[in-house]
Design a protein around this ligand. Structure first.
Ligand code: GLU
Length: 491
């Protein structure tokens, strides 16, 4: 029987989750769900210079918001970071003894060595190599220090790191599910530092040890890690461990085919959350950046993604992140959301914008539903709703074109219509939806004005624009009092 699939998302807690990382998490999740496997969240915090307070919480909250669930690793419970599972700890800074043990084993077996070169020397060789146009690489100065002597120097308190001892001029080959077989010669790879002078392992050492000890079967990560993979493969072999499968995902690029970076605006999951994107839409769109389904389908529920996702259809070239497309996907989800959810979200936005009060939202559920139903097709994001709904709650200045329209040859029509509307409305207590539907017909009958000459001026007078939602909806949403007030100046 095949081994149970175990995958992991292993971010460094840098303070925010890049949407490229979210996509990595998503693909791991989809694959784990599809295969009935385990999905683990591990925190890779061995680079202490990059440590950010609260970053773990932020990361977990972002995954939670996105609806990407894992079954093992690091969680938040009652506001505290907790770890669950049989393979812990899942935070690398709590596993230092484990790494040390394997580093020592590699040293004893001659597959790693102590290196005492100081920063000045390393800088100098880097510069020298650069001048000669060679790749920056350690020159192996400490490779052949006899182990006894090195140990004595360590015992004497000399600062050191431990480096991988790669064999000379040897091909390292591995298979990547997306890219096929990849071979790299050790002459092109550095004798990677495995243990730093602060006693922390580097990412390379920690990732291999943890992936092995945690029983990870598939490494699904961004292609920026592809150049590191031969070192990892060598480590698996050096430690006598079975290699996992590798799946390197194409980088998420912007429209200029450059890496999507923070300088260009929104790149973190939080940015998108704050802008009002729906997690389902963000996931759906991200799934399509670098993966394509068998047909041209574009809108997926998470369950559908799980069913259809496969690494075979992950592309080799970078996926373009197109914000307009994301907006479109978001709009599709928005339109199809459950009306109760929509109402809650819409109320929240309108309250935030100061257009309605909490009490109003609570006491006018049906009204709120009509409002959303009326405006949802004109927005891609719920955060755009206040702008579209503003004319309902506030008097707005007339746009130049609307002003011209009403003051020019339509002035007389406007006046006749304003008076007719007022007369007609005086006969009812309130504008119900049904009443609103027949209203314009009555005005037409009353005034003899029809078509564009009827609709455009009325629209302009009561909604401050010649464009907008259906007339009956506008009438219902505004209500009698507001309409009276707005018509006053045209009578
Ligand atoms: N800690 C690495 C990162 O921040 C994980 C890379 C990997 O998945 O191996 O992306």
């Amino acid at each position: 029987m095949d081994k149970k699939v175990r995958v992991r998302f292993a971010p460094s807690p840098t303070g925010f989750v890049h949407i490229g990382s979210l996509r990595t998490a998503l693909y791991n999740y989809l694959f784990a769900e599809k295969m009935g496997g385990d999905f683990i969240l591990r925190i890779e915090d061995t680079d202490r210079t990059r440590y950010v307070e609260g970053a773990i919480e932020n990361l977990i909250n972002s995954l939670h918001w996105a609806g990407i669930h894992y079954s093992e690793g690091v969680f938040i419970e009652d506001g505290k970071v907790v770890q669950k599972g049989d393979y812990g700890p899942y935070i690398q800074s709590e596993r230092l003894d484990i790494y040390r043990k394997y580093v020592d084993q590699l040293i004893e077996e001659g597959k790693a060595y102590y290196c005492f070169c100081d920063k000045e020397r390393l800088d100098r060789i880097r510069e020298e190599r650069q001048i000669k146009g060679l790749i920056p690489k350690y020159d192996g100065f400490c490779r052949n220090i006899p182990l006894d002597e090195a140990k004595k120097r360590v015992a004497n308190g000399e600062p050191y790191v431990v480096r991988l001892k790669l064999p000379k001029d040897t091909d390292i080959t591995f298979h990547d599910v997306v890219r096929g077989d990849i071979t790299i010669n050790t002459e092109d790879i550095d004798d990677q530092v495995l243990l730093k002078s602060d006693g922390f392992p580097t990412y390379h050492m920690a990732v291999v040890v943890d992936d092995h000890l945690m029983g990870i079967t598939h490494i699904v990560r961004g292609e920026e890690w592809l150049p590191s993979t031969p070192k990892h493969v060598f480590l698996y072999e050096a430690l006598g461990w079975e290699k996992p499968e590798y799946v390197h995902l194409p980088t998420v690029l912007n429209k200029d085919r450059k890496k999507l970076s923070k300088r260009q605006g929104d790149v973190s999951v939080e940015d998108f959350k704050d802008k009002g994107y729906l997690p389902e839409a963000l996931n759906n769109y991200l799934a399509l950046v670098g993966w394509s389904p068998e047909d041209n389908k574009e809108i997926f529920t998470m369950d559908e993604l799980i069913k259809e996702f496969s690494f075979e259809r992950v592309s080799k070239t970078g996926g373009i992140f197109d914000k307009d497309k994301l907006d479109w996907v978001n709009a599709q989800f928005l339109r199809n959301q459950d009306i109760n959810v929509l109402r809650e979200e819409a109320s929240e936005e309108l309250i935030k914008a100061g257009l309605i009060t909490e009490d109003f939202a609570k006491n006018n559920k049906e009204y709120m539903e009509v409002l959303i139903d009326t405006l949802k097709d004109s927005i891609s994001l719920m955060t755009e709703l206040p702008e579209k709904a503003k004319f309902i709650f506030e008097e707005l200045p007339l746009a130049d074109e609307t002003k011209e329209f009403l003051e020019g040859e339509n002035a007389e029509n406007a006046k006749v219509l304003a008076n007719a509307i007022e007369e007609e409305l005086s006969s009812v207590d309130e504008i119900t939806l049904d009443y609103a539907k027949t209203f314009m017909k009555s005005i037409q009958k009353k005034t003899g004005i029809k078509g564009k000459n009827l609709y455009m001026p009325v629209r302009a007078m009561i909604s401050f624009s010649v464009h907008g939602p259906e007339m009956d909806r506008i009438l219902y949403l505004l209500g009698k009092e507001k309409i009276f007030k707005r018509l006053d100046k045209f009578k």
